[in-house]
Design a protein around this ligand. Structure first.
Ligand code: ZN
Length: 194
């Protein structure tokens, strides 16, 4: 992606999903990772996407979306929760770079969510407090509680982000869309769920 191009919401989402398809199919292009890209981005960045994802070692946004240097502004924290630091980082990126797509990315078998479901929250109390509302909702749903809690948590975070004045303004101007995704560990698919 050229550093100067302003993308529409639709094109930005398409770029991410096309990259994910390449990743799933083992047809990686590894774009924007060479010397020229480093030179081009050294002065300034213009990431076309913001990702709030889990810190999980299996869910690296640049890898699963097959993107490179300067493409994705990434905020990662266990359980892809939204605290004040994560919100500030995302608002900062939106204001600075006008990235047209923001994806909240939960994933299968999330150990952070699973730990909170089991009540094993020692040393992760502040993250657990942010995941609890999703678990309360998931308890009433049929099916696997961790899977449901991960998806509820993504939905909850997307809703919270939409309450941000900075982001709501960009959405109203059609310069930003926020979507929720669920990453499947085995086939590598990022499913858009919200
Ligand atoms: Zn996780």
């Amino acid at each position: 992606m050229s550093q100067n191009e302003a993308l529409s919401v639709e094109v930005a989402l398409k770029l991410l999903l096309e990259g994910n398809k390449r990743y799933m199919e083992g047809k990686l292009l590894h774009p924007n990772r060479g010397f020229m890209r480093r030179m081009e981005t050294a002065e300034r960045q213009k990431p076309f996407a913001i990702v709030l994802g889990c810190a999980d070692s299996r869910v690296s946004p640049e890898i699963i979306f097959d993107q490179g240097i300067g493409d994705i502004f990434t905020v990662r924290v266990a359980g892809n929760v939204l605290g004040s630091l994560e919100l500030d980082s995302i608002e900062f990126a939106s204001l600075q770079f006008q990235s047209p797509i923001l994806i909240v990315l939960g994933h299968e078998n999330c150990n952070a969510v699973s730990a909170v479901v089991k009540g094993d929250t020692r040393e992760i109390e502040s993250i657990a407090a942010l995941i609890e509302p999703a678990i309360k909702k998931a308890k009433n749903l049929p099916g696997d509680i961790v899977t449901n809690a991960v998806k509820m948590n993504v939905e909850y975070v997307v809703q919270q982000l939409k309450n941000s004045q900075v982001l709501a303004y960009a959405i109203e101007e059609r310069k930003l869309a926020i979507v929720g995704g669920y990453y499947h560990l085995e086939d590598g698919h990022v499913e858009v769920i919200y």
